[in-house]
Design a binder for this molecule. Structure first.
Ligand code: ADP
Ligand code: 5GP
Length: 187
């Protein structure tokens, strides 16, 4: 049977990575689609687990080779993309694929896969809360945080185009709601 695709998209800091990590522990036969990126790894990130970290030149070579299902320059000079080989690998193993991608990439995957995909938008309580979360996460410089916040309003305007919106105010509540949606979709 063909695996199903579960897409999580949101502005940076909304909590999608946190939610996705928790869902992976809930016996849903999910595997994370490891994206490629041209940004540098954060101290806690591993190549092949969190991302495939490529140089910009390597990224461009893989684009030219047609290796990506989708890719975006999410922030100025920084590219992110989903490799076709990731989706094939996970589906061939009989699993469902879970994605953590930006709003444009998420809708792009949904358009390509239609009913085989569920596109979930993670909505933060407010842009102010996004700023607080990004500051607390302490992974980005002030300048990079400002770049992410500047994009957030625009990204929030994409929410109605998704299949469903999950508000991440209380984390446990959001994870439980997401789990129900995913369980329902894959059953
Ligand atoms: P994203 O992947 O959308 O950029 P993360 O999952 O990295 O976001 O979450 C951003 C930060 O906010 C992390 O430090 C995370 O622990 C925290 N966080 C996630 N959900 C909540 C929540 N409901 N309330 C408060 N903090 C949260
Ligand atoms: P971060 O640098 O915080 O890990 O990710 C920044 C943004 O890039 C997030 O919105 C994340 O979801 C997005 N992203 C990660 N991987 C991909 C991908 O493969 N494709 C697209 N379009 N966006 C991605």
């Amino acid at each position: 049977m063909k695996g199903k695709l579960i897409i999580f998209s949101a502005p940076s800091g909304a909590g999608k990575t946190t939610i996705v990590r928790q869902l992976l522990e809930r016996g849903l036969n999910l595997e994370f689609s490891v994206s490629a990126t041209s940004r540098l790894p954060r101290p806690n990130e591993l190549h092949g687990r969190d991302y495939y970290f490529l140089t910009l030149d390597e990224f461009k070579t893989r684009v030219a080779a047609g290796d990506f299902l989708e890719w975006e320059e999410v922030y100025s000079g920084i590219r992110y993309g989903t490799l076709k080989s990731e989706v094939d690998r996970i589906c061939d193993a009989g699993k469902n694929v879970i994605f953590d991608v930006d709003v444009v990439g998420g809708l792009n995957i949904k358009t390509q896969f239609g009913e085989q995909a569920l596109a979930i938008f993670v909505q933060p309580p407010s842009v102010e809360e996004l700023l607080t979360r990004l500051k607390n996460r302490s992974t980005e410089s002030e300048e990079k945080i400002a770049m992410r916040i500047a994009k957030a309003e625009h990204e929030l305007s994409f929410a109605p185009q998704f299949d469903v919106i999950v508000v991440n105010d209380n984390l446990d509540k959001a994870v439980n709601e997401a789990e129900k949606l995913v369980r329902n979709f894959i059953s």
